[in-house]
Structures are given as C-alpha cells and as structure tokens.
Design a protein around this ligand. Structure first.
Ligand SMILES: *Cc1c(COP(=O)(O)O)cnc(C)c1O
Length: 374
C-alpha cells in the first residue's frame, strides 16, 4: 500500500483524500468463490456493499451476477451489463410499478419476495423467477443491527409458516426457488448451516409434493476472512447434501469487497492536546458511517505515510483520528498507537472496500471522495 501510495504521490498531489480500489483483489475474491462452489452457481455480489459502476462492470465481466437491494440497484446492475438471469432483486418494499418494470424490461431476472403480500403481487408474472425469502428464526449470532433472523425481523416469511410457504410454492408457477439471508457478520457457523439446511428441507418437501424448485439462494453474511469460506461450504454440503440438487445463488458483499480498497487521507492539522493529540483528516462519518454511528464498527488498520509516500515506523504515540464533519462524534479512532504524525502526512485506512463508498453521507455537504481504480 505504501508503494502504491508513493507511486500515486509521485504523479499528483492528494489535497484531501483518495479512495483506491484494486480490481486484482476483487478478481482474487471472485475466483475464490468460483473455486469453492459448484460450477453453475450464480455469485450475485451485493451491490449495496460497493456500488461503483466500474466495480460492478468488472464483476459482471468475470461472469458473476449482482444482487440489488433496491430498484435503483437493479438499474445499476443493468447498466453494468449484468445478464438479466444473473440479477437478483431483494428489496423489502418493492412497489407494484417496480415489479412490473422488472418483468417488462429485465425478463429472466430473479425477484425474491419478502412476504406473502408481495407474492400476491407477483402472481402470474411469468417473465421473472420468483424466490420466497424465509426467515429461519435461528440465532446466527450477528451483531444486533445486522441480525435479521429473529421474530421481530422485517425480512422474510417466518419459517413457522412453513405449510403456507409450501402451498404458495406449489400453486404459483413462477416460484422457482427459496431464499435466505440470515444476517451479516454471522458469528455462528453451526447455526448458519442449520438455518440454510432448514430452507433446503422445505425445498425437499416441495419436491416430494411434486414440484422441483430450481434454486436455493443462500444470501451473504460471511465475514471477510479468506480461510472461512471453503470449510463453511464443505460443512454445509456435509450437513445438507440435498442442496446440490439445486442451483445455488450466493449474495456475498463484505466477503468480496472488504479488502479491495483502502483510503489515503491527508492530515490537515495536528492538534496538540494535553492528553492525546488529535490528527484531523478529510474522511470521517461521511465515508465511514458504520464506524461512527453503529454499535458494531468494522475493523480497519491505520498506517502513517510521510509526504513522500514512505511508511513511518516506530516512535509510537497515542492519537485520536478525527474526521472533517462538524459534530463532536466524528472520530474514526480514539487512543490509537501510531508512529509520530506530522501535519501534511497521510493516514491510510485499510479494508475500506465494503459498506463505505456506497454509504457516502452528504451531511456537511462535502464533495464525495475521489476514487481511483487500479
Ligand atoms: C446486505 C445483504 C447481503 C450482503 O451481506 P454481506 O454480509 O455483506 O455478505 C446479501 N443479501 C441481502 C438480502 C442483504 O441484505
């Protein structure tokens, strides 16, 4: 990263911040997904985790699909040349008009219905493949704000309504799959596998009653660690081999995107304070809302780079890293040990690929961070 940064600084100054995204790292992740899952799996990467048009275009060029959390994201998927049969639309509030224009303009795409009321709106729409989103009611041990598998969740039809789910799947000709996305940052692999398996069992019940569904969409929710995915999938098929009777769809966001980007931001001022000096940089709650507003802030490493782009090492002191926004909570980090910082240095913030650029907040109306795709 410091090499990339010094190359960039050699050609142009960074006045505020630069968001640097690596296609190579994205491709490593997509190749890993392809190597772990059976051929024919649709890896529909969650657009909400990173919606940059060039990133989406790269994903579709690599043969992967896109998962849309809103109608606007369906449009982004189409603009990225995603084949319609690889677009998966998952909003909980799809309007009649949105559903109709999906059927008209993107035939072959998949719409996962969030509730019976939405399924009723989808009746007779043979142009689209319909999945039924199921809430497995299993504690997958996600941080509260990312956990969607409890009784108060707004996502999916509770699995306790299994017999109605089976009836709907049998009577609606366009229902061709089942969907589950149990939460993000899932902490319990065992319960995650149980949750998916419970959905596979419903598909098997539907098959035993005479209708073979086409797909099981297992959603996202795996953390960014590369070691986790292969053993997760092996454990899943050991527990629930019937899943291999269906096309699998995945919707990974954080797993694909987290490590693909970092941010370089200039230390505009170094405020000397009696307890801890404060380094003021040009990104805060605007680029990193989850870090500042949420109860489960994601992890980042912080590095210090001098004005020539060289990595500073040793000589550590405690700093608070403050953002540019005009409210007192706008601190990315408090009390972090870093090599001595001078005004004019740069802070690198790693692992900024997921849920940062796509969450840009215009509070304080600052210009959106500049992006460089390598
Ligand atoms: C957010 C979301 C995802 C992606 O979740 P990650 O934890 O980033 O993998 C996938 N599917 C749905 C329905 C989502 O809401």
């Amino acid at each position: 990263m410091s090499r990339i940064t010094s190359d960039i600084l050699a050609t142009r100054p960074i006045e505020r911040s630069l968001y640097v995204y690596s296609r190579e790292l994205l491709n490593d992740r997509l190749n890993h997904l392809k190597s772990v899952f059976p051929a024919g799996t649709n890896h529909a990467v969650a657009i909400k985790s990173n919606s940059h048009p060039e990133v989406l275009a790269e994903i579709t060029q690599q043969g992967c699909g896109l998962e849309a959390a809103s109608y606007e994201e369906v449009l982004l998927a189409a603009q990225a040349n995603c084949p319609f049969d690889k677009i998966v639309f998952d909003s909980p509030v799809k309007t009649v008009q949105e559903i109709e224009s999906c059927a008209k303009n993107y035939p072959g795409m998949t719409i996962n219905a969030n509730c019976f009321e939405e399924l009723n709106r989808l009746k007779g729409m043979m142009e689209v493949n319909v999945g039924i989103r199921i809430n497995p009611l299993v504690d997958i041990e996600s941080p509260g704000i990312y956990n969607v598998s409890h009784t108060g969740s707004k996502f999916g039809i509770p699995i306790s309504q299994r017999s109605e789910i089976v009836q709907y799947a049998l009577k609606m000709d366009n229902v061709s799959g089942l969907h589950i996305h149990a939460g993000s940052e899932i902490g319990s692999r065992v319960n995650h596998i149980k949750a998916i398996s419970s959905v596979v069992q419903i598909a098997e019940e539907i098959a035993s009653k005479g209708k073979k569904l086409e797909f099981i969409d297992i959603g996202g929710g795996i953390s960014a660690s590369l070691e986790g995915l292969e053993s997760f999938f092996q454990a899943l098929i050991a527990h629930s081999p019937e899943i291999l009777n269906y096309q699998i769809i995945t919707e990974y966001g954080r797993f694909v995107q987290t490590h693909c980007a970092f941010v370089i931001s200039k230390v505009e001022y170094l405020l000397s304070r009696s307890e801890t000096d404060i380094a003021l940089i040009h990104v805060g709650a605007d680029l990193f809302p989850r870090e500042i507003y949420s109860s489960a802030p994601p992890h980042h490493d912080y590095l210090v780079i001098n004005q020539e782009g060289q990595l500073k090492l040793g000589n550590e002191k405690k700093y608070d890293i403050g953002g540019p926004l005009c409210f007192s909570g706008d601190f990315l980090k408090r009390g972090i040990e870093l090599p001595e910082i001078d005004a004019g240095d740069f802070i690198i913030i790693t692992d900024a690929g997921a849920n940062s650029l796509s969450m840009w907040s215009s509070h304080c109306s600052r210009e959106e961070v500049e992006v460089k795709i390598l």
